[in-house]
Design a protein around this ligand. Structure first.
Ligand code: CMP
Length: 138
């Protein structure tokens, strides 16, 4: 099915200058960028976004990391876009990610893992609408 999914270039990858390579991998992978913005997450915005993880042991570290610098936020569109974006990223833990995937290339650890992608259609709908209104998606 034609899907939209939500993507983040996390603060580590922005700081390391990998926005261009990640956008390039998305386009080369056949996904269309239909929403794009550069911003910073506040602690409150981060809590709302990662509401499923608030209260977990790693959440404080996740929030500190996600608010440490600018992020690039995107809406991606394509056939099976959710799974295809996850395949381009690779496993959450860069050490377990396949060769050539974005997290293998640019991630340092399970916490500092360069990119985020929605895991299922319900999350994609929530995550896209959390950051992008209709006029911000072409
Ligand atoms: P992400 O796909 O953005 O969703 C939640 C994030 O929490 C995940 O990527 C990881 O970067 C981060 N995280 C940090 N520590 C852990 C952990 N122990 N288990 C799972 N996720 C973790």
């Amino acid at each position: 099915a034609l899907e939209r999914t939500f993507a983040i270039v996390k603060p580590d990858a922005v700081k390391d200058g990998h926005i261009g390579e990640i956008l390039s991998a998305i386009e080369q992978g056949g996904l269309k960028i239909v929403g794009l913005k550069l911003t910073r997450l506040t602690a409150d915005i981060c809590k709302g976004f990662y509401h499923e993880h608030v209260g977990k042991g790693f959440y404080p570290e996740l929030e500190a990391f996600m608010t440490e610098g600018p992020v690039a936020l995107m809406v991606l569109e394509g056939e099976n876009a959710i799974l295809r974006w996850r395949d381009l990223m690779g496993a959450t833990d860069p050490a377990k990610a396949a060769e050539g995937t974005l997290r293998k290339r640019f991630g340092a650890s399970i916490g500092r893992n360069a990119t985020h992608g929605s895991d299922k259609p319900e999350s994609a709908a929530f995550e896209v609408s959390y950051f992008f209104n209709a006029f911000e998606q072409v």
